[in-house]
Design a protein around this ligand. Structure first.
Ligand SMILES: *[C@@H]1O[C@H](CO)[C@@H](O)[C@H](O)[C@H]1NC(C)=O
Ligand SMILES: *[C@@H]1O[C@H](CO)[C@@H](O)[C@H](O)[C@H]1NC(C)=O
Length: 490
């Protein structure tokens, strides 16, 4: 059998291998001689075939929108949200309100070290995380936690929930995305992917449709002045020579007027969507890392907006729960201690973190009356307190009464339930009245509101507040205390 078959196989094999060799040679020839032009052409074809466009319904909207990519923990996201509100006000664009991202699901990097993720990359990771939140029933808008009703009712800024925006702009209902466990090849999944690429600006800017802001804290500090007088000026903080050489970077940081660059009258005006990367900013070496927008402006509308966003409270459901815990459970004047003990930068500073608390408690104990009531909020699980100063406090019941909340406490769960029930009405959906009261996902889980309730309790601590130095949570509590929010909402 075998000898018979052999010639049968040999015959066609020779020409095939010849052809393959020939093609390889032709390919290699082209590859090495015309590599650049050939591949430019190739990628051009790819681009055209994948070009995404705004849907006609998106282009028909009279409103212009902006979104941004929040990152890191809640307090950072809150800060970026405030920055986004002020920019949306300046640019007169409707702000697409994002959900609260999981703690550290998205990272930015370090502005002072000039090591941050590209704006379009951070946008797409935010988008992917958003889809994940919808699928797992954990999506909660930041506007369901932070009360922006006074901003919206005074028309200082227009907002739309990201889910509603997606359903209008991309024509995808996110209801579908959460109803069933989607296969990655399903039509809804594909549309979601396309919508994400478009919104992240992965395929570049598209006229009238999307403009992705490429500027980030390595190159730009946004400013806002009546006459735009700082526009184009070098910022006082620049990468030093050592860094430039070590990292082979050539960044120059310029101050740019956000209104002139991106506002009405600029090239960007016609874009239906303006997409920022991170809007995180912090003071650094006498400058600001990314946003330096202050109330020095003359415009009354802008001044009112800035005044309002100085302090944005939690929604009433959270405020009420926090006040109730202070009044009905602690039932006495108390001190609040906010102790971050676990996360990266805080892990190695336990001694310093406890030091301030120890001193304060010692003096309160000497003044009396006893026991001294304390409310503790910390990321250290209760079961791990034993060998710490917290353990000492708990066991010294004669001198101290330690209070704390857990995620599954009745009070916290109740607040989450009330908030979820009220949430849909709070979402300010301009374009679709019919959606109000409609549930988004049947698999929606209760949000974790412990952190926000705890902050509210701390705003009520009349014996004082000891926070962890460098913690943004501590900063927010100080702000709440300064604005005297404790009795509000009760
Ligand atoms: C702001 O935008 C709205 C809606 O797009 C528009 O009606 C209004 O005239 C704009 N206001 C200014 C001051 O440009
Ligand atoms: C808390 O205690 C548990 C059990 O003793 C231990 O496994 C865990 O590593 C501790 N966690 C921290 C953050 O100390």
């Amino acid at each position: 059998m075998l000898p018979k078959r052999k010639p049968h196989y040999k015959f066609p094999l020779i020409p095939v291998s010849l052809i393959v060799t020939l093609i390889s040679f032709i390919f290699l020839y082209y590859y090495y001689t015309k590599r650049d032009s050939h591949f430019a052409e190739f990628s051009q074809t790819l681009k055209t075939s994948h070009t995404l466009q705004c849907s006609s319904q998106a282009l028909a909207l009279s409103e212009k929108f902006m979104w941004y990519a929040p990152h890191s923990g809640f307090s950072n996201q809150f800060l970026e949200f405030k920055n986004a509100v002020s920019i949306a006000g300046i640019l007169n664009r409707t702000l697409v309100v994002p959900p609260i991202l999981d703690h550290h699901a998205v990272a930015l990097g370090s502005c002072p070290k000039f090591r941050v993720i590209e704006p379009k990359d951070i946008r797409i990771s935010v988008w992917d995380h958003v889809v994940e939140l919808v699928r797992s029933g954990r999506y909660i808008s930041i506007a369901e936690i932070i009360d922006i009703s006074s901003l919206v009712s005074s028309s200082l800024v227009r907002v739309i929930d990201l889910r509603d925006f997606v359903s209008i702009w991309c024509g995808i209902s996110l209801d579908f995305a959460c109803l069933n466990d989607l296969k990655s090849q399903s039509p809804v999944s594909k549309s979601l992917k396309q919508c994400g690429s478009l919104l992240a600006g992965l395929h570049g800017n598209i006229e009238n449709c999307i403009y992705g802001v490429d500027e980030d804290c390595r190159t730009t500090v946004w400013t806002y002045h009546v006459d735009g007088h700082e526009d184009g000026v070098l910022d006082s903080f620049q990468p030093d020579e050592q860094l430039k050489q070590k990292k082979k970077i050539s960044y120059v940081r310029r101050r740019k007027d956000v209104f002139r660059t991106l506002g009405p009258g600029s090239d960007v005006e016609s874009a239906s969507m303006l997409a920022f990367g991170s809007l995180f900013s912090a003071p650094y070496k006498g400058s600001e890392s990314y946003l330096d927008i202050h109330e020095s402006h003359q415009d009354q509308r802008f001044l009112s907006l800035m005044e309002k966003i100085k302090f944005l409270p939690f929604v009433p459901e959270i405020m009420i729960a926090g006040n109730e815990f202070a009044k009905e459970t602690i039932k006495a004047p108390f001190l609040c201690a906010q102790l971050r003990l676990l996360d990266g930068q805080f892990k190695n500073h336990h001694k310093a973190t406890f030091h301030g608390l120890r001193q304060k408690l010692e003096s309160l104990r000497q003044q009396g009356p006893l026991p001294v009531h304390i409310f503790v909020m910390t990321d250290l699980p209760r079961d791990n307190w034993t060998d710490t100063y917290l353990g000492d406090l708990v066991s010294d019941a004669h001198n101290y009464k330690v209070n704390f909340l857990r995620e599954d406490d009745q009070l916290v769960m109740q607040a989450a339930k009330k908030l979820t029930a009220a949430g849909y009405g709070q979402r300010f959906i301009p374009n679709s009245e019919s959606r109000i009261g409609k549930k988004y996902c049947s698999n929606q889980r209760l949000p974790d509101v412990l952190l926000y309730v705890e902050q509210t309790v701390c705003s009520c601590a009349s014996l004082g507040f000891i926070g962890t130095p460098g913690s943004t949570i501590a900063e927010n509590i100080e702000l709440m205390r300064k604005f005297g929010t404790c009795s509000r909402g009760s």
